[in-house]
Design a protein around this ligand. Structure first.
Ligand SMILES: Cc1ncc(COP(=O)(O)O)c(C=O)c1O
Length: 386
């Protein structure tokens, strides 16, 4: 057992400025959706090269995906094509609309939806395609958009891992009709829990905003800040999916450090690539010049045949050596719920299933010190040596 402090997977980089902003918010007497959420939306939109009214802050990426699907008109009888190598939220939100998720297996190197298989997944019922920019690496969006254009599909990008990712210079999340972001505790930018929707159309975003607040025409800040009318109308049956000022207080400062955080993760990433080059593992694939990777997950593939130990034994050994690691992801067809409800089987998506058995993600937080990174490197070598 290691004597040194445990290195947690996905530790957030929180500083004094966030803490002070949260304290001021608490003292200011307005915790819910208000001016800090509005400022965070405007600044996030600006970071993604958009106008302030093009971003709506919500309670999570799950909420962002659900609202985008509803705003896109996805419902019972529709099919939505997505990836098997993702967090369950991606398909659960499709199921919540009454639509059926259809899996398109991933491409081995990029671990993103294999665009060569995409067209074959389209049926007369297909309404949308929901690509995930896995680990922060952009999907091949030219192909995704071409298939969508040819078949009249809505494109909803799951950018939970990919805040800083760019595709041919454009921010991911601005290429399709909707872009959905996560600010969960382990993400590149955190608000504890939180999310954001970007939408190409102003009407669509206004609908997302309204749906995030029960379908009301005014939120509480508009009613109680002395600037608006006290009356509101409920024009449709929405959800309670808004972000709070308390959360946006954290996000405002995290946003300012996004690029420096990416630089630090890039240093750690390069160190890992050099340190593990000779080990019996598969390293993350290089990124083509037309993409900027957001470096959210550093994912190694382990092979029982090539290395001495399999993934699960490796995870246990790393824990004994004082390092927490992540698994992204057990492929969706391996989960019992989807097997029972949708009849999915692991063999349906063999590439994602194989990645799910072999993958392990190492800590990549920008707050890791050089000494911790070296400890991590030694731990990986020791764990693989058996
Ligand atoms: C790819 C992906 N999509 C969606 C989500 C859901 O995000 P949230 O936890 O903000 O709802 C996550 C969360 O980890 C994710 O990794």
């Amino acid at each position: 057992m290691s004597e040194q402090p445990f290195i947690t997977f996905g530790a957030p980089d929180l500083r004094e400025e966030e803490i002070q902003e949260v304290v001021q918010t608490l003292r200011g007497g307005w915790l819910g959706k208000g001016p800090r959420v509005a400022a965070f939306e405007a600044q996030f939109a600006a970071y993604q090269g958009l106008a302030p009214e093009q971003a709506a802050a919500v309670s999570s990426c799950t909420a962002a995906l659900h609202l985008s699907l509803v705003a896109a008109g996805v419902g019972p009888g529709d099919e939505v094509i997505t990836t098997p190598l993702t967090f369950c939220a991606t398909v659960n939100t499709i199921l919540h609309t009454g639509a059926t998720p259809v899996l398109c297996d991933v491409e081995r190197q990029s671990m993103n939806i294999d665009v060569r298989n995409l067209r074959a997944c389209v049926t007369p019922r297909t309404k949308a395609v929901l690509p995930v920019h896995f680990a922060g690496r952009p999907c091949e969006m030219d192909e995704v958009l071409a298939v969508a254009r040819d078949h009249g599909l809505v494109v909803i990008e799951d950018c939970a891992h990919a805040i800083e990712a760019r595709y041919r210079g454009a921010p991911v999340g601005t290429l399709g009709d909707y872009g959905c972001f996560s600010f969960y505790a382990t993400k590149n930018l955190t608000t504890g829990e939180g999310g954001m929707v970007l939408a190409r159309g102003a009407e669509q975003l206004a609908r997302v905003r309204r749906l995030s607040m029960h379908g009301m025409t005014q939120d509480a800040w508009q009613r109680h800040s002395g600037r608006g009318f006290g009356q509101y109308d409920v024009v449709e049956c929405g959800f309670k999916y808004n972000m709070m000022d308390l959360e946006a207080a954290i996000g405002l400062h995290q946003l300012r450090r996004l690029e420096s955080g990416l630089e630090r993760r890039s240093e750690i990433w390069s160190r890992y690539q050099r340190a593990f080059a000779d080990l019996p593992v598969t390293l993350p694939a290089p990124v083509p010049p037309h993409m900027r990777h957001a470096l959210h997950l550093y994912t190694l593939l382990l092979d029982e045949g090539r290395g001495r130990i399999g993934r699960d034994a490796f995870v246990e050994r790393m824990a004994q050596l004082g390092v927490g690691v992540g698994i992204h992801y057990k492929a969706l067809p391996e989960h019992s719920y989807y097997q029972q409800r949708l009849g999915w089987r692991p063999g349906d998506t063999p590439v994602a299933t194989s990645i799910g058995h072999r993958s392990v993600s190492l800590p990549l937080s920008p707050r890791l010190t050089d000494a911790e990174v070296e400890r991590l490197v030694l731990a990986v070598h020791a764990a693989l040596a058996g």
